[in-house]
Design a protein around this ligand. Structure first.
Ligand code: SF4
Length: 319
């Protein structure tokens, strides 16, 4: 029941909040879908989670009854659940964006239009210290200045965060050798994003970026961090076919990399492209589940970042 409900909710992606004040449950993001938007909430039901962007109007409503207890209504669906407190970006983790600006301009990405400052190491350490009861630290970043400068900043942050003795996941745009340097600095998990199902779509969507370097570093990361600890985002809904997406998923799983299948969220230069529909969510989800199983990959072993969070995506093994 949850898988189908989550796919229906993610197809819409937004929610209207009613009832008692729910400010303490709303999260503002500079990363992930909805970056720079009005905010979002994490609805949870029987240990599962979905993140929805807060909107003035949506066919989905969440009525806050009090103390985080809510009634979610969508058409004839009514589900009693909870809102989770977001912590630092997402529940259970301090998920921090180091640089909120980027020298690249991926067509789907809201970051260039909502550029935010770069955080210092001290600021990040304070954010983690104030994050409350967390089980992991995750770091992401735009590319401010140059790829090399961004990596140097990230390495300094990872080293400073080792004092918390928590698993640290890192998602940045890599240069050659980044996986090894992050491992030596103390990172526990890696997410280098391939973003699109095909190289052709990558060239169109992410001008100036090098897919072969991302691929090389992903393979290197599997050797260094091990199976179940290396991830890559693949956005679906950018114009690829189901067959292309399934082939990309198969290839990545065979290499020991867990793909996150992220639904396209209208933004950046692609505000008018629709979100993927329910049937596509379920079709790709079933294929994703089979491909992970066929290659002995287990999302429940992931400790950080989006596979551990599950808010924005359907995650086989956790949903
Ligand atoms: S799935 Fe990833 S981007 Fe989405 S809320 Fe969780 S950590 Fe953030």
């Amino acid at each position: 029941m949850w898988e189908s409900l989550k796919a229906q909710l993610l197809e819409v992606g937004t929610v209207q909040l009613t009832g008692a004040d729910a400010c303490e449950y709303e999260s503002k993001s500079t990363a992930g879908p909805g970056a720079g938007g009005r905010g979002s909430v994490f609805f949870s039901y029987e240990g599962h989670r979905v993140r929805l962007s807060v909107a003035d109007e949506s066919p989905i409503t969440i009525r806050h009854i009090g103390g985080g207890t809510v009634m979610l209504t969508y058409g004839c669906i009514e589900v009693l659940g909870k809102l989770e407190k977001p912590g630092s970006h997402c529940p259970d983790q301090a998920y921090i964006t180091i640089s909120g600006s980027c020298v690249f301009h991926c067509k789907y990405c809201p970051v260039p239009a909502n550029a935010a400052p770069t955080k210092s190491v001290d600021e990040i350490v304070s954010l983690v210290r104030d994050a409350g009861d967390i089980h992991a630290i995750s770091l992401t970043s735009g590319v401010s200045g140059s790829i090399e400068e961004e990596e140097a900043r990230t390495l300094a942050v990872v080293k400073a965060l080792r004092e918390f003795d928590l698993p640290i996941g890192v998602s940045i745009y890599p240069a050659r050798g980044t996986a090894r340097r992050l491992r030596e600095a103390g990172a526990a998990e890696i997410k280098f994003n391939l973003e699109t199902a095909t190289p052709e779509l990558f060239a169109e969507m992410c001008p100036g970026m090098y897919r072969d370097v991302v691929n090389t570093e992903l393979d290197e990361a599997v050797k260094l961090f091990g199976k179940n600890h290396v991830f890559t985002n693949l956005i679906f809904g950018l114009g690829e076919t189901d067959e292309e997406m399934k082939a990309a998923v198969d290839e990545l799983c065979a290499r020991g990399i867990i793909p996150t299948l992220r639904p396209f969220s209208p933004g950046g230069d692609l505000k008018d492209l629709p979100r993927p529909g329910f049937k596509r969510f379920m079709n790709l989800y079933k294929h994703h589940r089979s491909a992970l199983a066929a290659n002995g990959l287990d999302t429940r072993k992931a400790e950080t970042m989006c596979i551990a969070c599950t808010g924005c995506d359907m995650v086989p093994g956790r949903d």
